[in-house]
Write a protein that binds this ligand. Structure first.
Ligand SMILES: [Zn+2]
Length: 132
């Protein structure tokens, strides 16, 4: 008996989720491209568009939690301050140890941003009119 093997190669492309912005792999076929990294994000985007429409938001406007926005602003301020510190510390001819300390300082300031996410409860993005 002879076997014939067929290899199906599916090209994958990288897209960014229309809800959370994270990169995810999508098949490069001719069908409709996925816009969300997971179903729950597709659902959240749908709910946010519906709420935005009920609230009469204009294209490009979003409703976000005020406390979450304040937390994000605080973390960005910490990062901005750390950048100022590092720029001042690395003027001239810094020693390798100063670069190491600068990196640690920046990392400590940037790390809390990794898990920072401000998701809108209502949003009508500028390209919402083109969404299916
Ligand atoms: Zn997502």
């Amino acid at each position: 008996m002879r076997y014939h093997y067929v290899t199906v190669t599916q090209q994958m492309e990288i897209a960014h989720c229309a809800w959370c912005g994270r990169a995810f792999a999508v098949s490069g076929g001719s069908g409709r491209k996925a816009r969300y990294c997971r179903r729950s994000h597709r659902q959240r985007a749908f709910e946010a568009r519906c709420l935005a429409a009920r609230m009469g938001l204009d294209s490009g406007e979003a409703l976000v939690d005020a406390a979450a926005l304040c937390r994000l602003r605080d973390r960005l301020y910490v990062l901005e301050s750390a950048l100022d510190d590092v720029e001042a510390d690395l003027r001239g001819r810094p020693a390798p140890e100063e670069y190491r300390r600068a990196f640690q300082h920046l990392y400590a300031a940037a790390a809390p941003l990794r898990d920072s996410c401000v998701e809108p409860s209502a949003v009508l993005s500028r390209d919402a009119a083109h969404r299916p």
